[in-house]
Design a protein around this ligand. Structure first.
Ligand code: GCB
Ligand code: CA
Length: 888
């Protein structure tokens, strides 16, 4: 609210309304479920916290499944000015997840359901006024337990509990704009008519009279431009009966030559509305809302139009959490995300999957980012009246609280609700479930159209075209959104344009947005042979290049919202990075990954040139021959026509930039390598440079010019792994070749029955955060050999049993159930240069499934013997996941 609304004081006179945060020095305690009264909360265990606060910032990151979902109690002493006795006092919570109860001085003052919308609690009647400090006490109970009647029920993100957005203390005069309307400001602005020549403004609102007497008031709205100059004004007189509210409506007919709001020119006006006592002329309340003039439309053939011009919507979704903070992020970080999207060249933010901090939409208004906002009905629904009522209430709260933002053009209300269809084993019952999903969609859609006829409605589906069409969900909204991942979760890249064409043909009257597309990129994983699901940055860059190109080609695709601006927490995800969804173009703490630069090259209007291996400053590889160089690709993102690349001072040639990217194969030497790129645009030079530390391995390990120091090898993998902290670089394995190193026997671990992984597993490996080191393996290995020169060595053998245990259904799996995998019986001996180091080694029995086990041994190598690690099976097949060899 304090985002669209500013407090205005007439020169010299104090503002009629005040608002100030009360974020500091709360006490917080978790308490066992069942406790409904603060008196029962144990005395011990309270800690001092500031708001924004979540109690899940750390427990979503540990190896234990789940996170605390239950009650959190907050309390705080409050100093209330004596003069506020004559005022009305409120608490305003921007967001608390997800059920909240508020007590003042022991009396229940209010409740709220839903974790993503704001709410006012009127508290005057419970307050004590005698001017003493800290005389009053607020107690808040917040509960983030699963509740089958409150969305979201399940989703691929974490439902952090707590008072995780700002909390405000608000005072008004007894005569004020209504604060009883779904957390809204009580004032709703529309622009019934807008053109470049002329615009009109309509103001709808309600005034509450708590003075105890009927009041005649004068309401005035003034529209001002950025310089503060009034460009239109309207006044009306209204009588408000005591103890009641009166609605009002005002029209400002002609604002001449309005500055239109566009992403390039996000010109905001303000509309300031004042209530004056008609008799005394005293200002009772005043609010200022942001106002923008623009008009827009969607067309099923031609896409989106803004102010009459075709305009491709390109941008991302955003989750509200941040590394180490969970969802309790300060406003500055929320605003920074919008700035980052702008820097990327985006013009659209899908605020998914729930309404976010008010700071987000304020930033979108000011920076020129168009938006859609949605309530968190994700994956599935509950077929109950209470669930429907809660969804409907959230939708109304979302719309009314955010009504005045010029950046919003779409209200959305469902995401992939047929992903987790109930009653898979009872088809007739499932039909009823589907019809209830459609019924809920119709209810929410018609509420939305009624609440706000000036914007579009949207419903978002996953890529099961037939199912959504059959159930009728593609008919209901004004725009259909599709979340498409072909070439990631399944299928191939070319299925994507085919899907777009199919929509255009079969749903020829429905505007289409691609509301999600993306692929995981763990910034630590790189590959020279990227394949689907290897989690490499390279695959993801190629994926985005392909998808964006296909969408840009087709005018009927109104919008392209990549998934996701940044990595985010999803507690149930356990892949290469524990509990993280890696589809962000930025990491969880907002460091760019390569595809980020690709988007800048395509979308930014100013000249752009960047070596995309921004995060890949530590590299390694094996020399191509006895010459001490290793050729590897370097990629550049640019919007210049041609770029020249220099490797260690030598030109590698000029290349044409195609589709935002150009690539060279360049010779890296051991140690520091300087890469420079140069290009020109309209005669002006541009340049970028990168220093790469390259760990070169000689072709033969006895190379005297490059004495052996360390090797870190991932078995059964075709990818590289960067360990920034230890400054170690891991290489994919190779078959043994004399003079060098490698495995003998066995084959890369691959899940049977055509699992989607090209190799390895994406099981969570406990006991490490470097899961990729353990997620691949050579199964059935006979020997590992390294023809190192004589000397002292440390060898670390890394094991993890990849089979067996419980396999959890991932959030995106259609069959989301967990299943048991058969235990394997595997035991073997390991001998290093004939000395037994592990006997009867049974990883599963000794350590359990999917746990990282590292065994370090030291060895003296003499003469030509090298290192031979032999694996002798007793039962099943011996395995090795990774190996490190260091010369001491
Ligand atoms: C989706 C969901 C989103 C997930 C995403 C993914 O379709 O809407 O919540 O995070 O896919 O990464 O799987
Ligand atoms: Ca805030």
């Amino acid at each position: 609210m304090f985002i669209t609304t500013q407090l205005i004081a007439q020169t010299g006179t104090p503002a009629a309304r005040t608002a100030i945060t009360i974020n500091e020095a709360w006490s917080f305690s978790k308490a066992p479920t069942g406790i409904t009264n603060i008196a029962q909360v144990p005395q011990a265990g309270w800690q001092s916290v500031n708001i924004p606060h979540t109690w899940n910032a750390t427990d979503v990151m540990d190896d234990e499944p789940g996170y605390y979902r239950g009650n959190g109690w907050y309390k705080k002493k409050l100093t209330i000015n004596n003069t506020w006795k004559a005022k009305k006092v409120y608490l305003y919570f921007e967001g608390a997840n997800q059920e909240t109860e508020v007590w003042i001085n022991g009396q229940i003052a209010g409740r709220h359901i839903g974790g993503y919308t704001g709410f006012y609690i009127p508290v005057s009647q419970w307050l004590q006024f005698d001017g003493k400090e800290n005389l009053n006490e607020i107690v808040v109970r917040v509960n983030n337990s699963h509740n089958e009647n409150i969305p979201p029920l399940t989703a691929d993100f974490t439902f952090y509990g707590g008072i995780y957005r700002d909390c405000w203390l608000v005072t008004t005069e007894p005569l004020h704009f209504s604060l009883a309307d779904h957390g809204s400001t009580g004032i709703f602005l529309t622009t019934p008519q807008v053109s470049a020549e002329n615009a009109s403004v309509q103001v709808n609102g309600a005034i509450a009279n708590e003075t105890g007497a009927d009041k005649k008031v004068q309401v005035t709205t003034t529209v001002s431009d950025k310089t503060g100059k009034a460009v239109g004004t309207v006044s009306s007189t209204i009588t408000v009966k005591k103890n009641s509210e009166a609605a009002f409506r005002q029209d400002i007919k002609s604002i001449v030559n309005p500055q239109l709001w566009t992403p390039d020119h996000p010109y905001c006006y303000t509309a300031s509305t004042t209530i004056k006592d008609a008799k005394t002329g005293t200002v009772a309340d005043q609010l200022t809302n942001t106002l923008g003039f623009r008009w827009f439309s969607f067309d099923a053939d031609k896409g989106f139009f803004l102010n009459g011009n075709p305009y491709k919507l390109i941008g991302s979704s955003r989750h509200q959490d941040y590394k180490d903070l969970g969802n309790a992020v300060p406003d500055e970080l929320a605003r920074r995300d919008v700035q980052l999207l702008k820097q990327m060249g985006g013009n659209f933010l899908r605020i998914a999957h729930y309404p976010q901090d008010p700071a987000i939409l304020q930033a979108c208004d000011q920076l020129g980012i168009l938006t859609s906002v949605e309530i968190p009905v994700v994956n599935e629904i509950t077929e109950s009246d209470t669930f429907t009522r809660n969804c409907a209430n959230m939708q109304v709260e979302m719309i009314r609280q955010n009504f005045n933002h010029p950046s919003i053009i779409i209200w959305c209300y469902m995401n992939e609700t047929l992903l987790r269809p109930h009653f898979n084993n009872d088809k007739p019952r499932q039909e009823i479930y589907f019809s209830n999903v459609a019924k809920l969609a119709r209810t929410l859609d018609s509420i939305t159209r009624k609440e706000d006829p000036s914007r579009y409605t949207m419903l978002v589906n996953h890529g099961d075209f037939n199912r959504y069409k059959t159930v009728g969900l593609t008919d209901i909204p004004m725009i259909v959104g599709w979340n498409l991942y072909s070439g990631w979760y399944g299928g191939s890249l070319t299925d994507f344009p085919a899907f777009l064409e199919r929509h255009h043909k079969e749903l020829s009257t429905k505007p289409l947005m691609v509301t999600e597309y993306g692929a995981d990129a763990d910034p630590r994983i790189r590959s020279l042979h990227p394949v689907r699901f290897d989690k490499s940055v390279e695959y993801t860059t190629a994926f985005h290049q392909y998808y964006l190109t296909e969408m840009l080609k087709r005018p009927f695709v109104a919008g392209a919202m990549l998934w996701n601006l940044a990595d985010f927490n999803s507690e149930t995800r356990e892949e290469t990075m524990p509990h993280i969804n890696n589809k962000g173009l930025l990491t969880w703490d907002r460091t760019p990954k390569d595809p980020w630069y690709f988007y800048q090259a395509i979308l930014r209007k100013e000249p752009f040139l960047k070596i995309t291996s921004g995060y890949w400053k530590l590299r390694g590889g094996v020399a191509d021959s006895n010459a001490l160089v290793c050729n590897q690709p370097v990629q550049v993102a640019a919007n210049l026509d041609e770029v020249e690349l220099f490797m260690n001072g030598k030109s590698m040639g000029t290349k044409k930039v195609e589709n935002g990217l150009a690539q060279w194969s360049v010779p890296f030497v051991d140690g520091t390598n300087d890469i420079v790129v140069r290009g020109t645009k309209e005669g002006k030079p541009y340049t970028d440079q990168l220093t790469v530390n390259f760990q070169l391995q000689p072709y033969r390990l006895d190379n005297e010019q490059l004495p052996f120091s360390q090797l870190n090898i991932l078995l059964g993998a075709d990818r590289y792994f960067i360990d920034e902290q230890r400054q170690q670089f891991w290489l994919p394995d190779q078959p043994y070749r004399p003079g060098s190193w490698g495995h003998i026997g066995g084959k890369p671990f691959k899940i049977a029955n055509g699992g989607r992984l090209p190799y390895g597993t994406d099981k969570n490996i406990v006991g490490t955060d470097d899961d990729p080191i353990y997620q691949t393996q050579q199964t059935g290995i006979e020997q590992y050999r390294l023809d190192v020169p004589s000397g002292e060595y440390e060898i670390t053998l890394h094991f993890a049993e990849l089979l067996g245990g419980t396999v959890k259904g991932l959030p995106y799996n259609l069959s989301a159930d967990t299943r048991k995998e058969d235990e394997v019986q595997r035991s073997f001996h390991v001998l290093v240069n004939n000395t037994p180091v592990l006997e009867n080694f049974n990883i599963a029995r000794q350590y359990g499934v999917a746990r990282a086990v590292a065994k370090k041994v030291r060895i003296t190598v003499t003469g030509q013997q090298g290192i031979i690690i032999a694996f002798t099976p007793i039962t099943g097949e011996p395995v090795l996941n990774a190996i490190q060899v260091t010369k001491l």
